[in-house]
Design a protein around this ligand. Sequence first.
Ligand SMILES: NC(=O)c1ccc[n+]([C@@H]2O[C@H](COP(=O)([O-])OP(=O)(O)OC[C@H]3O[C@@H](n4cnc5c(N)ncnc54)[C@H](O)[C@@H]3O)[C@@H](O)[C@H]2O)c1
Length: 308
Amino acid sequence: MAILTDRVAIVTGGGLGLGRAHSLELAAQGATVVIVDPSVTLDGKPATDTPAQQVVNEIEAAGGKAKWVNLSVTDFDGVEQLVKDVVDEFGSLDAVVNNAGITRDKMIVTMAEGDWDAVIAVHLKGTFNLIHHVGAHWRALSKAGTPTSGRIINTVSGTGLRGNVGQTNYGAAKAAIANVTIISGMELAAYGATVNAIAPVARTRMTDGGGNFARGEVAEGAFDAFAPGNSSPVVAYLASEKAGWINGQVIRVDGNKLRFYHRWRPSDQAYEPTEERILETSEIDLALKGLYGAFPFGQGDRRLLLDS
Ligand SMILES: NC(=O)c1ccc[n+]([C@@H]2O[C@H](COP(=O)([O-])OP(=O)(O)OC[C@H]3O[C@@H](n4cnc5c(N)ncnc54)[C@H](O)[C@@H]3O)[C@@H](O)[C@H]2O)c1
């Protein structure tokens, strides 16, 4: 049964890869889909083709409803206008999938300022722009007494949560989006909205470059663990009214395996001096090496490792 009937969703970066798959799935689940994508190359330069329009054509050919808006998520005022236009044209705006992304991989010492700024702008500021403007719309509805079931689905990455050499810009943006997910989820809950994120794994032009997820020998009709559409049913679920119970979470979607990410949390073990005093330099070295397992504590010091 369709779970997004009568709902209107924005999918950023819906022209290619994961965003294309999310757009098709959301439309198949009954949503009207607005694809926001200026059509750019992997590193964010203008591209000549218009894949987002092809996705709209595909959705319409299947009997669904969709529209392409040629706009960059980095355009704060443009996104404000977008939210107004979508509500005016379709009557509501119920979900936003923040998926748009670019990469400009470089080691930190050779990364140009522009490579840092461009990647942070698309991922992090773009995510902020959409949540800010659609959140304000949901707040206005809520204050006027109209209940909302707004849903934001952000996109993070293992790089942001575990690190990856050559991707400080991308990883910093993705880690920050994980935190934006937590905090904006807390804030928007007051209006009946939720904010969650997926951390997908897929063969797209973003990952094909390194040949990471080559199709290999997947037999025709067999499950393809790296197909971009694998995370799309999860996105559709999170965009639906059914998902109101979950908020501020990052969900790892690996093929057809679902997991959730623990948040940063302090270790169970702690070092604490026996007296109430500031730490001394000499003991910090020992204490940290002890905590990280790099130095065996002597029997006498072990009593200082307490559960916290
Ligand atoms: N492919 C993976 O394995 C993987 C893993 C983790 C996270 N992600 C994330 O998933 C998202 C989609 O990645 P993908 O692999 O499908 O990449 P992709 O390059 O195939 O598609 C990205 C899409 O975003 C659009 N886009 C770029 N800049 C934009 C902007 N300023 N405004 C609006 N649209 C813009 C592009 O035109 C393109 O259509 C990204 O956020 C990426 O970081 C991907």
